[in-house]
Design a protein around this ligand. Structure first.
Ligand SMILES: [Zn+2]
Length: 190
């Protein structure tokens, strides 16, 4: 990412300043001790750096974009934590889905459309999990179709030892389903 020197919003001069200048007493809590930030001297548009470096995460953001980046972070962080993914794995998944090199997959540097894309990717993945849990659940219902919705026979009552689901989705990330009801294949599907 190119070092920003002139603000894209107001044409003001951008300087590298210590994060403490912006975040004051919250700097340490935010994990930004000794970190620097590119800041427009005129309108306060800004962007952080890759940890421990002066390489900007992306282009400077005005308040609207900063709020969007923050919202995106909240959605994404909740998404990977709930899925039991590690942070590293989550960013690899994101880079793959967005077709970006991993080094560029940082929400702190994303533009508005990329932020929205992240939010939608998380929603799609969560909906797919919910759909899976639903099929999985039906599988144990008396009188329920063994194949579940769409005749998918992965969930047919079978050998109790047989894994019902590989735990990997198409994108390869591990999903946790412990919070959903697990099928009990020992009970007969009447
Ligand atoms: Zn500016």
């Amino acid at each position: 990412m190119k070092i920003p020197t002139i603000c894209r919003y107001c044409g003001g001069v951008i300087r590298l300043v210590p994060a403490r200048k912006i975040y004051g007493a919250s700097t340490d809590r935010l994990g930004l001790t000794n970190e620097n930030i590119y800041l427009c001297q005129n309108c306060n548009a800004r962007v952080g750096c890759h940890k421990g470096t002066n390489r900007p995460l992306g282009n400077v953001a005005n308040e609207v974009l900063r709020l969007k980046r923050r919202e995106t972070h909240q959605v994404f962080d909740a998404f990977w934590r709930e899925n039991g993914m590690t942070r590293t794995r989550a960013y690899k998944w994101l880079a793959g889905r967005m077709d970006l090199p991993e080094k560029n997959a940082h929400i702190g540097g994303f533009e508005m459309d990329q932020c929205q894309q992240v939010i939608e990717l998380c929603e799609i993945e969560l909906n797919r999990e919910a759909a899976y849990a639903c099929r999985n659940y039906r599988c144990q219902r008396p009188g329920g179709r063994a194949g579940g919705v769409g005749g998918d026979d992965r969930h047919r009552p079978a050998d109790p030892e047989e894994p019902v689901y590989s735990g990997r989705s198409r994108s390869g990330q591990e999903l946790r389903h412990q919070r959903f009801p697990q099928p009990d294949h020992r009970s007969p599907a009447v």
